[in-house]
Design a protein around this ligand. Structure first.
Ligand code: GAL
Ligand code: CA
Length: 349
């Protein structure tokens, strides 16, 4: 009988401990053994997003060694479907993930995700595709990590404006004092497409330089689409095109593919954004005029550090520079041939 009581007491005590162990992750107080981060991507085959993921995996591994905790980073592909992405978030919630990071398929649909996360009390970090502020403010544990899209446009425009002022003939090929340009835009409605398109041109005109838009269209961030649009424009405008503003490097590389294949003797100045490895190599070989460094490493580190802080119960603002309670923005940098190697080295770090 005595031993029966002892067994019962032991079972009871163990049963009482169980919920504690289950809450272990995310309860704070330095007891966390496993940190589970669920990440849903708008699409896995996007060049910049893919590089961000590689960086994220690397920081997570580093932290795992450093902290002795087990860090699970589960990345799933939303395949451009908001419905699928919502299911993925539900699944992370039902598996008790500590933090959910979302690269929205449709950035206007974030309220649904915030509501789900809030109901489950799991913090949510949006990244790269910025929800409207109203949605971020629905809950104090909703965050956005990204960059200041207008800044990338401004820096891109300044590269062209400075070149025009230094050596006008390099840009203004027909010598009419104006810049004839075409604009390859990213996905419609994406904050980076809207603001880069607007601010690149504003930077040029506010430097006192006149512009003439020959054409603009979306190529959805993609190299093949960029190349196809450029083929049409080259057929229509020929060497009247002096500058090709591209909302990202992949589309710029597409435009370069077309220019290289064509017989045009006058090559327009082609500028992008991201500073991907291929983009930087194109700057080095002279086929791309400039780009703007979109710091995947810096953004990945911020996403991870914020996730880790939220999962372990640390106050995020002690180590991270959080603006307006919800935002972390990593600065962009202009890149031309003078610093392309420096940025290439950063990518290789
Ligand atoms: C932008 C980036 C693009 C594309 C897009 C996807 O920040 O410049 O190349 O990756 O995000 O949302
Ligand atoms: Ca001109």
């Amino acid at each position: 009988m005595k031993s029966f009581i002892r067994i019962m007491a032991f079972t009871l005590a163990a049963a009482m401990l169980l919920p504690l162990a289950a809450c272990d992750s995310g309860s704070g107080g330095g007891k966390v053994e496993t940190v589970k981060i669920g990440i849903s991507l708008y699409r896995k085959d996007d060049t910049f997003v893919a590089s961000l993921c590689t960086c994220l995996e690397r920081v997570a591994k580093q932290k795992e060694t450093e902290s002795g905790k087990k860090i699970v980073v589960n990345m799933v592909d939303g395949q451009s479907s908001q419905a699928l992405q919502n299911d993925q978030v539900d699944s992370f919630i039902s598996q008790n993930y500590d933090v959910i990071c979302v690269n929205m398929v449709d950035r206007t649909a974030a309220a649904v995700i915030v509501d789900k996360a809030k109901a489950a009390n799991i913090p949510v970090i949006f990244f790269n595709r910025e929800p409207v502020e109203e949605d971020i403010r629905l809950w104090e544990r909703a965050y956005y990590v990204g960059a200041d899209a207008a800044q990338s446009g401004r820096l891109q425009g300044e590269i062209i404006a400075e070149a025009f002022q230094k050596n006008r003939a390099e840009i203004d090929k027909n010598g009419d004092g104006k810049i004839q340009y075409v604009m390859l835009e990213g996905e419609q409605g994406h904050q980076d497409a809207l603001l880069r398109t607007e601010y690149s041109i504003k930077a040029v005109t506010s430097a006192g330089i006149q512009v003439e838009k020959l054409a603009n269209d979306t190529a959805n961030w993609q190299r093949a689409q960029g190349s196809a649009k450029m083929t049409q424009w080259l057929a229509k405008f020929g060497d009247r095109i002096e500058v090709v503003f591209c909302n990202n490097d992949d589309m710029a590389l597409g435009a370069i593919d077309t220019v290289k294949d064509s017989k045009t003797k006058v090559h327009p100045a082609i500028v992008g954004v991201d500073a991907t490895e291929s983009g930087l190599n194109a700057i080095k070989d002279g086929s791309m005029f400039g780009t703007v460094f979109n710091d995947a490493q810096g953004q990945a580190k911020a996403i991870f550090d914020l996730s880790y802080a939220l999962a372990t119960g640390e106050s995020p603002s002690t180590k991270l520079n959080i603006q307006n309670e919800h935002y972390i923005r990593i600065p962009y940098r202009a890149v031309t041939v003078s610093n392309a190697d420096e940025i290439l080295n950063i990518l290789k770090e």
